[in-house]
Design a protein around this ligand. Structure first.
Ligand code: WTA
Length: 633
C-alpha cells in the first residue's frame, strides 16, 4: 500500500518533504499503481495559463487499478455492499471479481453501441451498484463520464448533455428515495425532447417493475444486453492526462461549468487522501453517504476506496426513512468503521431525533467525517458525543469539486481536532491566505482569502469547452495561485478554519448553487422583471436561499405567484434550488452603474439591517427602508 502516515512526527516530516520535493513525493506515490508505461515527466507546473500536467507520458487504465489489480489477493472481498432504500429489502454484496466482470460486460455493451475513447457519456442514475458499474465501464473504454445528480431537472440535464455533446445517456427507470419512487426516465425523455437529435442511445437499467415510456429507436434495456456480454474486456490504454470525467459545478456567474479531471493525478491523489484521511485498514467497512452525482461520491464513494481495495458501502435511500435512526441502524448492521457525511444531514438528524443514536451501538466506528460546508460548533459537538461517543475522531474535511480530493483535514488519531476547524493541509497541499491585493499573510492568527500556491495532482485541468473560464475563475484573480473562492483563518497553531464563500456561490445543504443561476430561473417567469438572490443562515441547510423579486405588475395573488416562481425554479434547475423566502420588491438597490448592491440585500436577509452601512452611492436609497420593512424573516 502507498504511504500511510501514522504519527504526528511522520506527518510533519512527510509534509515538509512533499513541499520541498513535490515531484519526488508524488512519483513515489504513483509507483504503487499499475502503469502500462511509466511517465517521462512527473509535473508540468504552469499555474498561469493554466497548464498543469502530472505523470505525463504515463499510460494506464484507472479501472485496472480499481479492479484487476486487486483480483489476485482480494478477488472475493466485497468491493461494494449495497443497502436498499427499503430496510426490509435484500442487500447486495459484490466482490471485486464480480464487479470487474460486471464492469467488463457493461464496457462491452458500450462498445457494441459504438462508444469509443474520448466520447462523453451522461449518467443520470440513483445510488445503485449499476451506477458504479456504468462509471467504471466508461473509464474502461476510455469514455468520459459526466454524471448528473438525479435531482436535477430535465432542463439542467439537457444543458449538461448539450454542453458536453454526450451522445449516450445511461439512466434507470425509477429512483427509490424514501417513500417516493421518482420517474427518472421521464426526466431523461423530457431533457432529450428539449434538445432532439443529440443523443443516439439511452441505456436504461430497469430498477423497478413499473412500466415506463419507451422509445424503441433510442432506448436500450440494460438487462437485455449487458448480462449477455463477455465478462472480459480489454481496457483502453489511456494517457495520464486524458480526461476521466466532467462534473458540473456552480460558480459566481453564468451557467454551471464542467470541471475536468484527468486520469493519473486524480487516481494518485484520491487514493492517497482516502488511505490517510480515513486511516483505512484492510478489513474496514467504509461508508460515504454522498450521492455519486457529487464530487464526494466520485472520489470517496467510488474511486478512492476502490483504488485502495476497500469495501465501500452504498446506500440507496435517505437519512430519515423509515425513521431518523436509519443511518445508525446501517452502521450497526454492517459494523461500519468509517462514516463520512455532510453537516446538513447531521443537523437535520440532530434537530429531529437528538437522542436517536443512543438506541444503537455504533461501537464499530473508528473515524467519522464531515464534508461539503462548514460544520457549526453545535453540530460538531452532537456528532462527537452522540455518534462518536466522545472517542471517535471527527475529520472535518475541506475541499472542492475542482480539487478532486481532500485538501485540508485532521488526520484521525494523529493530529488533534478542534470544532469548526478543517485543521491541517494534507501532504502536497500548500494553502496560503492572501488579502484582497493578493499579498500573502504570513504567520498565524490571520484571516483572508484562501489560495493554493502549488499544483497538487488532481487540480482541475480546465472547464469543459471553455479554458478561458477556468483561467479567469481560478487562476487569474491571484496570478500564480489557485483561488478557492473561500475565506479562511489560520489560528495561533496553524490550523485552518474555513469561513465560507466570498463570491456569489451559496451552499444549500452542501449543494453549491450560483446566485446568478437561480436568478435566471426566477426571471424566466413572465411576470418577473428582475430578481436578486442571496444566502442567509439556515438552521438545517446551513444556508437558505432568499430571493428578492420585482414583478411586472402589482401582485394581486402573492401566494399564487410564489408557487409559480418555485415551480419555475424546480423546472429550470431542480428542487434543491427552490428559494426558502421570496420577498416582492418594487425596486432593488442599485448603484449608478445599475449594479444591484447585494451587500445590502445580504444584510437584510441575515436579519442584520443595522449593519447595512453607507447607502449614499445608490441611485435609489429610499428603497432600502421598504426592503427592511418587507423582510420575510
Ligand atoms: C465548502 C464539496 C467548510 C466550501 C467537496 C467549498 C466546506 C465548497 C467544507 C465546495 C468544510 C466544503 N468546511 N466549508 N469542511 N467542505 N466546503 O465543490 O465553501 O460541492 O468551496 O465540494 O464547499 O463545494 P463542492
Amino acid at each position: 500500500m502507498m504511504l500511510q502516515i501514522n504519527s504526528l512526527s511522520q506527518y510533519q516530516d512527510e509534509y515538509r518533504r512533499s513541499i520541498e520535493h513535490p515531484e519526488q513525493f508524488w512519483a513515489e506515490q504513483a509507483e504503487h499503481f499499475e502503469w502500462h508505461r511509466k511517465w517521462h515527466t512527473v509535473l508540468k507546473n504552469d499555474f498561469i495559463t493554466p497548464d498543469v500536467r502530472w505523470f505525463e507520458g504515463g499510460r494506464l487504465n484507472i479501472t485496472e487499478n480499481c479492479l484487476d489489480r486487486h483480483i489476485a489477493d482480494k478477488g472475493d472481498k466485497p468491493a461494494i455492499i449495497w443497502e436498499p432504500n427499503d430496510p426490509t429489502g435484500p442487500s447486495i454484496s459484490i466482490s471485486y471479481r464480480q464487479l470487474l466482470a460486471q464492469v467488463n460486460q457493461c464496457a462491452n455493451a458500450l462498445r457494441s453501441m459504438g462508444v469509443s475513447k474520448g466520447d462523453r457519456i451522461c449518467i443520470y442514475m440513483p445510488m445503485i451498484p449499476q451506477a458504479v458499474v456504468a462509471m467504471l465501464a466508461c473509464a474502461r473504454v476510455g469514455a468520459v463520464h459526466s454524471i448528473v445528480f438525479a435531482g436535477f431537472s430535465a432542463k439542467s440535464l439537457s444543458d449538461r448533455i448539450t454542453d458536453t455533446g454526450c451522445k449516450w445517456v445511461i439512466c434507470s427507470d425509477y429512483n427509490r428515495r424514501g417513500a417516493k419512487d421518482i420517474a427518472v426516465k421521464e426526466v431523461v425523455d423530457e431533457a432529450l425532447s428539449l434538445e432532439p437529435n443529440l443523443v443516439e442511445k439511452v441505456l436504461v437499467y430497469k430498477h423497478t417493475n413499473k412500466t415506463t415510456c419507451w422509445n424503441p429507436e433510442l432506448d436500450v434495456c440494460w438487462q437485455d444486453i449487458v448480462p449477455l456480454m463477455p465478462e472480459k474486456c480489454a481496457p483502453e490504454i489511456m494517457d495520464s492526462e486524458d480526461m476521466l470525467f466532467i462534473l458540473y459545478t456552480s460558480g459566481s456567474t453564468g451557467k454551471p461549468k464542467g470541471a475536468v479531471h484527468t486520469i493519473g493525478g486524480y487516481m494518485v491523489f484520491t487514493c492517497f487522501t482516502f488511505i490517510n484521511t480515513f486511516q483505512y485498514k484492510n478489513d474496514d467497512i467504509y461508508w460515504c453517504t454522498a450521492d455519486i452525482g457529487w464530487i464526494t461520491g466520485h472520489s470517496y464513494g467510488v474511486y478512492g476506496p476502490l483504488l485502495a481495495g476497500a469495501t465501500t458501502l452504498m446506500f440507496e435511500g435517505v437519512p430519515n426513512y423509515p425513521d431518523a435512526g436509519r443511518f445508525w441502524q446501517i452502521i450497526d448492521k454492517y459494523r461500519v468503521t468509517q462514516f463520512y457525511t455532510a453537516p446538513t444531514a447531521i443537523r437535520s438528524l440532530m434537530a429531529s431525533a437528538w437522542d436517536e443514536p443512543d438506541k444503537y451501538k455504533l461501537d464499530s466506528l473508528k473515524v467519522i467525517g464531515s464534508v461539503g460546508e462548514p460544520i457549526n460548533e453545535e453540530a460538531w459537538h452532537w456528532y462527537d458525543e452522540k455518534v462518536g461517543r466522545g472517542k471517535v475522531p471527527i475529520v472535518d474535511t475541506w475541499w472542492q469539486t475542482e480539487n478532486g480530493g481532500i485538501m485540508i483535514t485532521p488526520l484521525p488519531g494523529i493530529t488533534d481536532t478542534k470544532p469548526c476547524y478543517a485543521s491541517y493541509p494534507l501532504p502536497g497541499v500548500q494553502p496560503v491566505i492572501v488579502n484582497q491585493d493578493g499579498k500573502i499573510l504570513e504567520g498565524n492568527d490571520v484571516e483572508g482569502l484562501l489560495c493554493i500556491r502549488f499544483p497538487w495532482p488532481s487540480v482541475v485541468r480546465t472547464t469543459y469547452g471553455d479554458h478561458e473560464r477556468c483561467r479567469t475563475t481560478y487562476f487569474a484573480p491571484f496570478p500564480g495561485f489557485y483561488f478557492t473562492g473561500d475565506a479562511a483563518r489560520r489560528d495561533s497553531e496553524g490550523r485552518y478554519r474555513i469561513m465560507g464563500r466570498v463570491d456569489d456561490v451559496i451552499n444549500v445543504s452542501g449543494h453549491r448553487l450560483g446566485t446568478a443561476e437561480v436568478e435566471d430561473a426566477i426571471n424566466s417567469h413572465p411576470e418577473i422583471v428582475e430578481s436578486a438572490v442571496v444566502g442567509f443562515p439556515h438552521p438545517i441547510k446551513g444556508q437558505g436561499i432568499y430571493a428578492y423579486v420585482t414583478a411586472l405588475h402589482d401582485v394581486e395573488d402573492k401566494e399564487k405567484l410564489i408557487r409559480e416562481v418555485l415551480q419555475v425554479v424546480t423546472e429550470q434547475i431542480g428542487a434543491i434550488a427552490k428559494p426558502d423566502k421570496i420577498q416582492f420588491a418594487p425596486q432593488l438597490p442599485k448603484t449608478r452603474s445599475g449594479k444591484i448592491m447585494r451587500r445590502i440585500l445580504r444584510k437584510i436577509a441575515e436579519g442584520a439591517p443595522e449593519q447595512i452601512g453607507d447607502t449614499s452611492t445608490l441611485i435609489n436609497p429610499e428603497c432600502v427602508q421598504d426592503l427592511i420593512d418587507g423582510c420575510e424573516l
